[in-house]
Design a protein around this ligand. Structure first.
Ligand code: DON
Length: 480
């Protein structure tokens, strides 16, 4: 298996962001202050579950505020949506995450700030002031169950972080008592707070965050386990509030420059989602003044810009990228070859693979095509990529497709493109000045695709002839 090009892109982005040591790890409790400030991990989980994991993906950290959309999802799923909306607003607050403020109806402004998150946790508990003894344990068991179902693996709680959070949470205590004084808390306020502290102390990795992200991206289906864990309606709601409120007071700037619904936590994690396509998990514990991971934010900016992941990068069919995979068997061997060559060519028709792509190609679609070709790499001499049904191809997808030419060339194979409408050429012209993600292995001239390069054909028959010529050369070389 050759090194995946997508892996190379992600590595490149991490290398760009890694030198930034600004910000400081959270130090309001000793357990958070003690983490390695240089830890850095990036994980990307595609909608089919394929995951790219780089850096410290094995490091566990506490989920903290990234838990907020998940508990909100539980409340929305268990109660009537209208009942939740009566208690928690959906307006961006423009304030810090721990601001003590409510709207005119005395609701926390949204579920992503502490007030809203603590109230969402309260909604999971029985609506009585005198709770049975094990009520919080029981509900927390369900919370862990649900978070684990979203991550696709069994998650656990960090007892020490939990103990410290409870011991030092005066501000959160003030928030829940304020909400209680407004008549918004139907259960024991201390129990609601206890549940919130426990959920914040659940341990995750960057991989977990990307799988949770991909689950939300897929409308609630966990791509790892195939289980539906969130309804479509709730997933849509999460994406909405993560877009408008997920990054606190920087929400407007975030949507503009990154354009991915996201949630950050003071443990150093950021979860970001490209709806319908993929989930991202980043871990880097140094935080900015908003409580967001510095390198996490920067990594998301790079991902969005360099890989074209902004959610308003308008595209139609990025998920349906491979229309068919076939071989040259259905094409007659060229009559121009002598009979001896023709009989040889008939024996290796299946070593010419044809990948027919369709839709508007962006990062996610190109990733899928590339992965399929890389998986098949031992099975062909020539890969022909047919893009007559591709409407638009963005610069990242173009570079990714062209990277196949380099991968195959280094292995003595060949990749060809059938591009009857000159989509690649149009893409080069349209994006001449755009940043194009570098093909890390390819020589300079392959980076943008010079459309005059060989092996770009306007008909499939021409490509098949070129493939035959290549196979004959290979065959002659081997004979000598
Ligand atoms: O409520 C708190 O103070 C923490 N346990 C979680 C806050 C948090 O992660 C805010 N996000 N950046």
């Amino acid at each position: 298996m050759p090194i995946s090009h997508v892996d190379g892109y992600l590595r490149h982005i991490m290398a760009d962001c890694a030198p930034d040591r600004s910000g400081a790890v959270a130090d309001y409790i000793p357990e958070l202050a003690a983490v390695d400030p240089d830890g850095y991990a990036l994980s990307m989980c595609m909608h089919d579950g394929n995951t790219y994991s780089l850096g410290d993906v094995g490091v566990e950290f506490t989920i903290q505020s990234v838990s907020k959309p998940l508990t909100y999802a539980m409340a929305l799923s268990r109660l009537d949506m209208a009942a939740v909306d009566a208690k928690i607003g959906v307006e961006p607050s423009g304030e810090a995450f721990n601001e003590i403020s409510v709207d005119a109806r005395r609701r926390p402004r949204n579920p992503m700030i502490n007030a809203g998150a603590i109230l969402a946790a309260s909604l999971l508990l029985p609506p009585v002031r005198e709770l049975p003894e094990n009520a919080v344990d029981t509900v927390f068991g369900e919370v862990v169950e649900f978070y684990s179902a979203c991550a696709g693996r069994r998650l656990t709680m960090d007892e020490q972080v939990y103990a410290s959070e409870s011991a030092t949470g005066s501000r959160n205590r003030a928030i829940v008592y304020m909400l209680d004084s407004f008549g918004m808390v139907d259960t024991d306020p201390d129990a609601a707070l206890d549940l919130y502290f426990r959920q914040c102390s659940i341990r995750v990795t960057a991989d977990d965050l990307s799988v949770i992200g991909a689950t939300i991206a897929g409308g609630g289906d966990n791509p790892r386990t195939g289980r539906r864990v969130i309804s479509n309606e709730v997933a849509q709601r999460l994406l909405s509030v993560m877009t408008t409120c997920g990054m606190y007071d920087g929400a407007g700037d975030w949507v503009t420059s990154v354009g991915l619904p996201a949630k950050s936590g003071v443990g150093g994690g950021i979860l970001a989602v490209l709806p319908g396509q993929l989930g991202i998990g980043v871990y880097s514990p140094r935080l900015d003044e908003h409580g967001n991971s510095v390198r996490g934010v920067d990594t998301c900016r790079h991902l969005s810009r360099d890989l074209g992941l902004h959610m308003f990068n308008v595209t139609r069919e990025s998920r349906v990228s491979i229309r068919s995979v076939s071989t040259a068997a259905e094409f007659e061997v060229g009559t121009e070859w002598p009979e001896i060559d023709r009989s040889f060519l008939r024996t290796c028709r299946d070593r010419v693979r044809i990948y027919e792509l369709q839709g508007d190609l962006t990062f996610a679609g190109a990733e899928r095509a590339l992965r399929r070709i890389e998986n098949d790499i031992d099975d062909f001499d020539v890969a022909i990529i047919e893009i007559s049904r591709v409407g638009v191809i963005d610069p990242v997808a173009r570079t990714m497709l062209l990277s196949v030419r380099h991968t195959t060339a280094t292995r003595g194979q060949r990749a060809m493109l059938v591009d009857p409408d000159g989509v690649v050429r149009a893409s080069v012209a349209a994006h001449r000045d755009d940043f194009v993600v570098p093909d890390l292995n390819a020589p300079e001239q392959l980076r943008g695709l010079d459309p005059t390069l060989p092996h770009v054909h306007s008909t499939m028959v021409a490509a098949v002839r070129d493939a035959e010529e290549f196979q004959l050369e290979r065959y002659r070389d081997n004979e000598v």
